[in-house]
Design a protein around this ligand. Structure first.
Ligand code: GLC
Length: 749
């Protein structure tokens, strides 16, 4: 038995590793007081110097005292072996039962060594690379004492005004589910947590947070059941089926009920229907915020509604500890609900091995070895290269020649070592990215000149400040214009600062902010040979650039190895293979815009009149569609074929297609398969992604791919949440993006 527990429990056999976890939970819970049970449901944000003397005064002192009373089950934002050990020691050695804390943190796209923002990663369509990226993040977090991450975020969204689109995997539930599974496997491994470098993951935000009204952060999401079942929930269901250990509730309402108190979502769907056996943590103070929504009249009601709905842990809300005990004692909340919540939380703590050794994640030597290792940097570089999407490449500007060229690099962002880290990098250190300038300087065969040009922002933003873009100061423009005169090619890095997207970063405009559009046009007038490299956390409305600029590279915020990834793509050492996972609108007025939309009763102006579904000012199609991305290669597709045109329920159909690389570079192509249910009991989208495969082809090489279609690919959730497959014809479409496809029809009898 672990000797470190200073516990007064009569029956210490819950520490016996040989016993099954459920039995160990029972033995422990039998000895817990109601206060201690509620304590497990309480999570605090650590914000005092836990390695220093005990805090005095204010909430820090109250938190410290509550830990010693066994009234805290988890901490977030305490990180680093020294810090975590200090706070874990209090829980394990100074409380009656010595129940270890579970230590959570936002490890969203890396811990210290940062991967690309998740939206960028999803553009790789490379599940192995995405899994590896999460594994690297888990290893560094675990080596720092963290055993639970608040990720992956898997909110489907079609609204680039919302800042948190950077945190997800785009607009499609099928791809979103695959990315979710890859990330859960990267964080949790095989779910045994035998390795001290794996951590529990959290599927967030449950649910429909990505559908906030008008992209306005923290507002309502009133989605209907069709959207909920067919668009929003599939990634969460896939994560639960992969064994994810926790779920985080979302800030928004559904059906006018805050998600944190939404029985339909938490108790009925997640716990009862899906059989989820981990625990549900609220989002930050979202239990308390039910009062501000005008849903709970007071704290007691908020505590009651949340725990009855199925929220098991109160993150930094300070609601469960003061009220749940009396609610149970007065018979207003069943103790069985508290027991269920505590059982779930203890289960994950036992699974993480925290009862076998509460200090197993706390090895200072391992912390030094793992964090920032070369292997980790290589992994995030690989991820970054694969996340880059080539949007346009005319005049064969790309790849850049490796010698004999006069290259001018322009833009504040080109030299930034901070912005490319993205917004969810709170464990990392500022200014630790390889900048594009640094990456390009490694290619010595050309003359490379750099000019900052017009400043992007008034001052360097931080995680806590609004980004103030420069809209008045044109200093640097003249020098850039002069330098542009005799350059053979100009690389301009423009876009958003890394803190322009992420939580609480909604925008009503999604064009190039500040004076960047003016900067781009001024340089274009002098020298049109421009390669535009975008740094952004959301789709941007870049119609002018799309029309005028010969080469455009979508480089998101790529994390620690940004500059090396961008340079290797620009110089052709990596042939870009990314494909967009969110539609790029022509302008913000088109939002929400997404590929898997419904048809309409008036999709053409066959009568030549105005009474059809269109805008009078722009084409209603996206600027760049879902699944779109070019390569330095060219790929040709054969017409797809099927092994049978009609099939019966339960049968599968095999679809084959041959893809040939007709270019001069070896390259990867993400072959995409879409399905349309022609007629159904509810209208179905004009197409839905139901399969994809990446092929790696040498010049002139062909490969034939086979996709297997069955009920899983052809069915949908009806209004009652039941998965149904209805007979009739289906269109099968295959191509290199959602717009350029070849189709055929099959029929389910
Ligand atoms: C934030 C976010 C959530 C995060 C949590 C802890 O408000 O909504 O995604 O995990 O609080 O930082």
């Amino acid at each position: 038995m672990a000797a470190i527990f200073n516990i007064n429990a009569q029956d210490k056999s819950y520490l016996d590793k040989k016993k099954p976890i459920e039995e160990r939970i029972n033995i422990l819970m039998k000895q817990m007081t109601l206060e201690e049970k509620v304590g497990q449901m309480n999570q605090y944000n650590g914000f005092w110097d836990v390695t220093g003397p005990a805090p005095t005064g204010g909430s820090a002192e109250e938190k410290y005292k509550n830990i010693k009373k066994g009234l805290v089950g988890s901490m977030l934002s305490v990180r680093g072996v020294k810090e975590v050990k200090a706070v874990q020691k209090i829980a394990v050695e100074e409380t009656r039962l010595g129940i270890p804390l579970i230590i959570g943190f936002d490890v969203i796209h890396g811990y210290k060594t940062l991967s690309p923002i998740p939206l960028a990663e999803s553009s790789s369509w490379d599940m192995k690379a995405i899994e590896k990226s999460a594994e690297v993040a888990a290893s560094e977090a675990a080596a720092s004492g963290i055993n639970w991450t608040f990720g992956p975020m898997m909110d489907i969204s079609r609204d680039a005004r919302w800042g948190r689109v950077m945190e997800g995997a785009g607009e499609d539930p099928y791809l979103g589910a695959q990315v979710a599974v890859a990330r859960v496997k990267g964080f949790q491994g095989d779910n045994t947590f035998r390795s001290p470098l794996r951590i529990a993951a959290t599927a967030k935000h449950f649910a429909a947070y990505g559908f906030v009204d008008a992209g306005l952060e923290y507002s309502a999401s009133e989605v209907n059941r069709n959207i909920l079942y067919n668009q929003v929930l599939p990634p969460f269901k896939a994560a639960v089926d992969t064994g994810i250990r926790s779920i985080m509730t979302s800030f928004n309402t559904i059906d006018g009920i805050p998600a944190t108190a939404n029985q339909m979502l938490l108790r009925e769907t997640l716990k009862n229907k899906w059989g989820f056996n981990g625990f549900v943590v609220s989002d930050w103070a979202s239990v308390r915020e039910m009062i501000y929504w005008g849903y709970s009249p007071d704290e007691k009601s908020a505590a009651k509604s949340a725990v009855e709905a199925g929220t098991d842990m109160d993150m930094e809300g300070g609601i469960f500890v003061p009220h749940l005990v009396s609610l149970v004692q007065n018979g207003q909340v069943k103790e069985s609900l508290v027991d269920d919540a505590v059982r779930r939380i203890l289960r994950v703590k036992f699974e993480l091995g925290l009862f076998d050794d509460p200090y197993r994640f706390l090895d200072e030597k391992r912390e030094k070895e793992v964090i920032g290792s070369k292997a980790n940097r290589d992994a995030v570089l690989d991820m970054a290269k694969k996340s880059i999407v080539l949007l346009k490449n005319e005049k064969q500007l790309l790849p850049l020649k490796k010698e004999g060229q006069k290259i001018l690099l322009l833009g504040d962002l080109a030299a930034s070592k901070n912005s490319p880290l993205g917004s969810w990098r709170i464990a990392s250190d500022n200014n630790t990215a390889v900048s594009v300038l640094e990456g390009m300087q490694k290619y010595k065969g050309n003359s490379l000149k750099y000019e900052k040009g017009i400043a992007l922002t008034q001052e360097e933003p931080t995680f806590l400040t609004e980004v103030q873009y420069n809209t008045t100061n044109r200093e640097g423009l003249e020098a850039a214009k002069q330098a542009a005169k005799d350059a053979d090619v100009i690389v301009m890095v423009l876009g958003e600062h890394g803190f322009s997207s992420g939580e609480a970063r909604s925008r009503t405009q999604i064009d190039l902010p500040g004076l960047q559009q003016e900067f781009l046009e001024e340089i274009y007038k002098i020298n049109p040979n421009i390669v535009l490299v975008l740094n952004n956390g959301r789709p941007l409305a870049i119609s002018w650039a799309a029309e005028h600029i010969p080469a455009i590279v979508e480089a998101w915020q790529l994390g620690t190895e940004t500059g090396n990834a961008v340079a290797q793509v620009l110089f052709g050492d990596y042939n870009p293979s990314g494909k967009l996972t969110m539609s790029f609108p022509r302008n913000v007025g088109q939002i929400p815009i997404y590929y898997n939309h419904y048809s309409t009763g008036r999709f053409t102006n066959k009568d030549g009149n105005v009474f059809w579904s269109h805008y009078s000012d722009v084409d209603k199609t996206p600027l760049y569609p879902f699944g779109y991305g070019l390569s330095y290669s060219k790929f040709e597709y054969s017409a797809p074929k099927v092994n049978k045109k009609t099939f019966a329920k339960g049968e599968k159909v095999e679809v084959t297609v041959t893809v040939k690389n007709t270019g001069i570079y070896a390259g990867k192509e993400v072959v995409q398969l879409y399905v349309k249910d022609d007629f159904a009991s509810v209208v179905r989208p004009v197409k839905e992604l139901k399969g994809f495969e990446m092929v790696d082809l040498q010049p002139n090489e062909s490969k034939t791919l086979t996709f297997s279609l069955g009920e899983k690919e052809l069915g949908f959730y009806n209004q009652d949440g039941k998965f149904v497959v209805e007979p009739g014809t289906f269109k099968i479409m295959i191509g290199g993006n959602s717009a350029d496809v070849q189709e055929l029809t099959i029929e389910l009898l």
